[in-house]
Design a protein around this ligand. Structure first.
Ligand code: CA
Length: 234
């Protein structure tokens, strides 16, 4: 599941695009101004960025320049009609593509698929000399978790998880029948420098249970009182 960042100050457009992309199975974040856009773009591993040109704080061109100093993530610019200069400047500054507002959503989806596919092809080409990594799928009971694709399925139904929910579930599935403490799960899911309360794990577990155990009516994650959590399955 690809992650997409929308940098767009017009809330209605951003919301509409977010709904459509989410419906297509993409994971979507939004930024409403250029400065936040740069921060989010460089602080997260996005597969693609949709970038409006006219933005408060920093305009889209400046966002693009700052992102390009550090990242070659595909960027599709959203430009005003007939703003030929913007298109040229955007492509010169390293945009992969642009689309003119107002756009048909099908057109945008098609452009996104092309940009992602092109990136995939580049990545494969770059990794050509290296051996293919094993496609790493963990399957326990009715749940399967694809590490590379970042996908979880129950009975072949795809389940939408946040990154941290995914990491918690992955840690539990990789350590089947091993009781994982909250401390350990926090380290694995949130990083070793995480400073918050470890009971945040309880929240992720609750979300996972509502999406897996409750939604599919079976017992997957077991609580070990006073210790942590485990997936007990043979
Ligand atoms: Ca705008």
């Amino acid at each position: 599941m690809a992650r997409i960042l929308i940098v767009e100050d017009e809330a209605k457009i951003a919301r509409f695009v977010e709904l459509e992309l989410t419906h297509e199975g993409y994971e979507v974040d939004k930024a409403e101004d250029g400065r936040t856009g740069v921060e989010m773009a460089l602080g997260n591993a996005y597969d693609l960025i949709l970038l409006d040109v006219l933005l408060p704080q920093l305009n889209g061109m400046e966002v693009l320049r700052r992102v390009r100093r550090e990242s070659d993530v595909p960027v599709i610019m959203l430009t005003a009609r007939d703003a030929v200069m913007d298109k040229v400047a955007g492509l010169d500054a390293g945009a992969d593509d642009y689309i003119t507002k107002p756009f048909a959503i099908e057109e945008l989806l098609a452009r996104i698929r092309v940009a992602l596919k092109r990136r995939e092809a580049t990545d494969m080409h770059e990794e050509h000399a290296q051996p293919e990594p094993d496609h790493h799928v963990l399957t326990i009971d009715r749940v399967s978790l694809d590490v590379e694709r970042h996908e979880v399925k129950v009975d072949q139904d795809p389940i939408e998880l946040t990154n941290r929910e995914f990491e918690v579930l992955k840690a539990l599935m990789e350590n089947r029948n091993v009781v994982m403490t909250r401390d350990k799960l926090v380290q694995l899911a949130c990083g070793y420098d995480f400073v918050g309360e470890t009971n945040i794990i309880d929240v992720y577990i609750r979300h996972l249970r509502s999406k897996i155990d409750d939604a599919y009516n079976f017992k997957f994650i077991t609580t070990v009182r006073g210790v942590g959590y485990v997936i007990r399955k043979d």
